[in-house]
Every structure is written in structure tokens, then in C-alpha cells.
Design a protein around this ligand. Sequence first.
Ligand SMILES: [Cu+2]
Length: 307
Amino acid sequence: MKPKIVLTVLAALTLAAVVSAVAIRQRHLSLNSSPAHAHAFQVHGQIRGIDPIAKTIRLSHEEIVNYMPAMTMSLPVKDAALLRNLVVGEEVQFELLVTDNDSWVSHIEKTQSEPSTVQAETEPTRPLEEIEAESLRAGEMVPDFKLTNQDGQEIHLTDFRGKAVVLTFIYTRCPLPNFCPLMSKNFAELEQRLSREFPNKFQLLSVSLDPEFDRPEVLKEYAARYRADPKDWSFAAGDTDSLNFVAGLVGLYFEKQNGLISHDLRTALIGPDGRLVQLWKSNVWTPYEVQRSVRETLTGHTDVVSR
Ligand SMILES: [Cu+2]
């Protein structure tokens, strides 16, 4: 009997320790929001894709309580070594760290024995390769499209002919700091840089992936948050067909999943002649880099890098 009692007490003590650790962590999560502090979420998911060069892993994950519903998304890792020995299809337990400005997968562990709790509905409905294959190549003419801007006015891509157009995709409710919020932060800096160097010769265009929620008044409020000057930075949304069309031009995957939108990132530079100049397919571009590409496009000069 005695060893059994000892075991029971030990088990109870362990449980108490775990419970209080969880309680402390939860209090920590809700109370601490200083920028330096990372919120850690422990999540179960299944691997859908691995890209060691881009340092991203595509995961179908279950609900992250109080943060994000179950969905499939590409998440960055800081350390490519984390991706070693992982195989598409494997089930994993991972840690997602989120700060005010960034989010990344910091730890991954295989959990092959656990049955899958990841819902099938978080699967992309079309293969990503197929979406990619249909997108425009650099040098190709970008066909015109029609959207509605933050003032409720109809805008066409051809309205901006003669200017360098930088187009990206966002939605105002996006919770991940290094996805849509980063795109908008970068655009704000890009707007500053370009309005100094090329006033009236450029146009920034942020297209919403969530037209049902991102009505003109919502976009207008969002634009104000980033101090966008409506003169050269438009926020716009369209009906389903227009959005699918614009996203299709640049091979952007996006899908509504449990109320949020799972999506990749695409930022395109369209020249004053309406041709696609360059396409950035992740969040690693900098305002400085895009400014340089805009400069090359507008002046026809390539920066000579001295070595
Ligand atoms: Cu987003």
C-alpha cells in the first residue's frame, strides 16, 4: 500500500505544479504586453510544407485559444536547423512566439503517436503550385482591374498609368504582426521615402483579402492608423471575382478559415507602362529595397554597387 500512497502524493504534487505553472503562464499572457516580451503559444499541428531557404514551415494547426482559430499557414522560423529531419505530413507540437512586431516558430517536436485533431477544412482547396503557375511573370502586362477604395470610389489599375505602382495584400483584422501589419508598416515607410524622392510619381495600393469586413470606412480607419496619405496610398477591396482576379495575377494563396484568413504574402512592383517589374513573395523585403527597385524603374538606371 505504502508505495502506492507515495506515488499518489507525487502525482498530486506534480499535477499541482503543472496547474500552477499553467495558471502563472496564463496570467503572464494576459497581463504582460511589453514589446520586449514574447507571448508563447503551444500548438499542435501537421506539416504541409517545408522551405529551408525561405526559412518557413507551412502548418495546419488546431485552434490557438484566445488567439487564432484552426488554420493552415506558412510560419517563419529564425533557425533553419529546426526544419531538419522533418517530413511533410508529420504531426508536430510547436511553440509559436508572438511579440508586438514579430512572430515565429521557436520549437518543433514530432508527435507521431497522437491522433490528428487538425480539421480537414483547413486544407488549401487548390494546390499552391497550380496557383503559382498561373501568375504573371516579370515583363508581362498587368491586366486592368477594378476595386473600391477607402472613400467608396471606384479605382482602376489603369488610373495609375505613368506611375510606379507598388501593390500588396492585407486585411485589417490580421493578428500576426509579421504578416499584414508588417506590410502596412513597411508601406508607411516606403511612402515616406518615395514621397521625398519621387513625389507624384508613385502609387501604393493595399488590397484587402477580407472585403466583407473591410468596408470603405474600416479601410479608412485602418489607413489613418498608418498615417497613409490618400494622395499616394490607396486601400481597396473588391467583390469576390475581382479579388480572386487580382490575387491570381500574383499567385497569392488566401482562404477564409474559421473566420480568419489564411494567406501568403505578395508585393508587386508594376512599372509606369503597366508591366510587372518585380514580385516579392514573402515578408523579407525592406522599404529600402523596394525604393531602389522603384528608382530603377522610374529612372532606368541601375544602382552601381561599388565593391
Ligand atoms: Cu495577414
